[in-house]
Design a protein around this ligand. Structure first.
Ligand SMILES: [Zn+2]
Length: 274
């Protein structure tokens, strides 16, 4: 059964509907803190089934090689803050980032809920991946120097609970890097409307990605502060690889240069355990 949840950020249940999706799903905004989320959430089994071989096949056939420069750039930025220690990638998918981090000299671990992806990483990359939600995996306190979540947080049933646990298992001054879609992605929305003649949906149970949360810089920063993090950098996650989507990144970059605001596709935040 789909599950109704209270606001992950403030705990209240006072919402307004901002988008209708397929019954019974709706995208709602918390009237108290402004967090936008999908309510009810699809049941766990449906989410796990969604991220099986078919979901990853397209990445692996068409995108894996092309995405390596993007992963290298993300890793290089991290090494400006931390260039050694143990790195945990939460929601590591097929493990491309972990493989590069290992080559860079990091000790590495990964977590993943997808049965297919976790098996792929174990068998093909010989990297140990734990399957399950971060709150359930029970890592010892202060285990990691760096923790990354590349477009993972928006998929979690309770992101605030996950961030609390992440704070517990990070070392003091440990680095957390989160990339997530940007709720205020006005550039994408305008281009999408011009191209397709309809509004971009935040959630559809038929979409490739099942996003349970839709963060703005403001709500993500609030959640990080409330879970014991100090934000050190707010950036854009420019990850579009090819034309025509690459235009999005150029526009995001230009608009940011002029307005200092991120209206692009994704947010990237660096924070440390306070
Ligand atoms: Zn709230």
């Amino acid at each position: 059964m789909p599950k109704y949840v209270n606001c992950s950020l403030c705990g209240l249940n006072r919402t307004q509907i901002i988008q209708e999706a397929e019954e019974p799903f709706k995208v709602v905004k918390c009237r108290n803190c402004g967090l936008v989320y999908t309510n009810p959430q699809p049941e766990r089994g449906l989410i796990e089934e969604h991220y099986q071989e078919e979901y990853y096949r397209e990445w692996m056939e068409k995108q894996m090689e092309k995405r390596i420069p993007m992963w290298k750039k993300r890793l290089k930025e991290i090494t400006q803050y931390k260039n050694k220690g143990h790195l945990l990638d939460v929601g590591c998918g097929i493990g491309t980032f972990l493989k590069l981090a290992k080559e860079e000299g990091f000790g590495i671990s990964g977590t993943e809920i997808s049965e297919y992806a976790s098996r792929y990483v174990k068998e093909n990359l010989r990297i140990d991946v734990l399957r399950g939600d971060i709150e359930e995996l029970d890592f010892p306190p202060e285990s990691f120097d760096v923790l990354t979540m590349w477009h993972t947080l928006e998929h979690l049933p309770n992101p605030k609970a996950a961030l609390k646990e992440i704070n517990r298992i990070l070392k003091r001054e440990g680095l957390l890097v989160i990339a997530t879609p940007n709720l205020n992605n006005f550039i994408t929305r305008v281009l999408y409307f011009l191209a397709k003649g309809k509004k971009l949906k935040l959630f559809s149970d038929r979409a490739k990605e099942l996003h349970l949360y839709h963060f703005s810089i403001h709500t993500l920063a609030s959640m990080l502060k409330e879970t014991g993090f100090r934000i050190i950098k707010i950036d854009m996650d420019l990850a579009q690889l090819a034309f025509p989507k690459k235009i999005l990144d150029y526009l995001t970059f230009i608009v940011h240069a002029i307005t200092r605001k991120n209206f692009g596709e994704a947010i990237k935040i660096y924070a440390v355990k306070a």
